[in-house]
Design a protein around this ligand. Structure first.
Ligand code: BV8
Ligand code: ZN
Length: 248
């Protein structure tokens, strides 16, 4: 008995445009802590204490060292079968858009080419005064660095209260409106405006599928819930699709 409904498989075989929104849960099986799960990042610190500009300006070394700690984790982990399955989907569908809230760079490391980063990328930094990029910093540098212009250097991630990169957000909304099938994977769907995307997709007629180990605030609003680990589910789904496509 397949865990995937006939409706989902039929729709995927007919679909031209597929979009996936991913969150921290997709990287959990790589060993990257999520935000809101037990033992997650926010369990020790509240986002307000760390992932916002005021926190950075009030204690730059503290916030900088937290990102340096996360960079070290990212360097030790590698993409999991879920990342690799999503990368494979680019070759299965005419148009496969990967919209991620994650800043861990694991989708690109898994081979995904068409990746839209809504919340930035922890591998990048820039000067808060002149916006000069500093992407080769030593991840063991404990204290915050200064630009030649004297400005502080910050991670190129979107903090709470900050605007998302407009082009990325507009593209993500456009994908949600055009998609035949929209996956929301490994996200608690609590952070806006990214959390709007599954609902925009649903209202635009997409078949919305949630892949998560637990129910979320949008589980009742999607068309299909696949409960379980994204690494296992996505791996299995790609196998089913490759078998079905080989037959037709
Ligand atoms: C904005 C980057 C406006 C940094 C992140 C009051 C004041 C200020 C703002 C607000 C406010 N009220 C609401 C807001 C808006 C706010 C917001 O949404 N807050 C929430 C908390 C209520 N949003 C913002 O501030 C955004 N900006 O609104 O600007 C504006 C307008 C005009 C002008 C100026 C400004 C900015 C939001 C981006 C914040 N940055 N990260 C960093 O990472 O350090 S957010 C952070 O949360 C990450 O990006 C993360 O990706 C994102 C979402 O979390 P999830 O990915 O969903 O992770 P989570 O742990 O929550 O869930 C994991 C899920 O996976 C769980 O469901 C779990 O069950 C599942 N799972 C676990 N293991 C697995 C699994 N699933 C499958 N398989 C597994 N193995
Ligand atoms: Zn500068």
């Amino acid at each position: 008995m397949s865990r995937f409904s006939n409706e989902l498989i039929d729709r995927l075989l007919k679909a031209r445009i597929i979009t996936s929104l991913t969150g921290a849960g997709v990287s959990a099986e790589s060993g990257v802590p999520t935000f809101r799960d037990p033992g997650g990042i926010w369990e020790k610190f509240r986002p307000e204490q760390l992932a916002n500009f005021e926190a950075f300006m009030s204690d730059p070394d503290f916030v900088w060292s937290w990102y340096q700690h996360r960079r070290q984790i990212m360097r030790e982990v590698k993409p999991n079968p879920g990342h690799r399955a999503l990368a494979e989907m680019e070759g299965i569908f005419d148009e496969f858009n990967l919209i991620t809230q994650n800043i861990d760079n694991l989708h690109k490391r898994a081979g995904s080419k068409n990746v839209t980063e809504l919340h930035g990328n922890i591998e990048r930094n820039y000067c808060i005064k002149c916006r000069k990029e500093y992407n080769e910093v030593d991840i063991h540098e404990k204290s915050v660095l200064k630009c030649e212009c004297g400005g502080l250097i910050r991670p190129d991630v979107v903090w709470f209260g900050e605007m998302l990169p407009l082009e990325a957000l507009r593209f993500a909304e456009n994908c949600a409106m055009r998609s035949n099938v929209f996956f929301t994977i490994g996200t608690s769907a609590e952070v806006y405006p990214a959390a709007m995307l599954p609902m925009i997709a649903r209202q635009s007629g997409a078949y919305v599928v949630e892949i998560n180990t637990r129910p979320t605030s949008i589980s009742y609003d999607v068309n299909e819930v696949l409960q379980g680990k994204s690494g296992e589910i996505l791996d299995e789904l790609v196998d089913v699709l490759k078998q079905k496509k080989a037959i037709i």
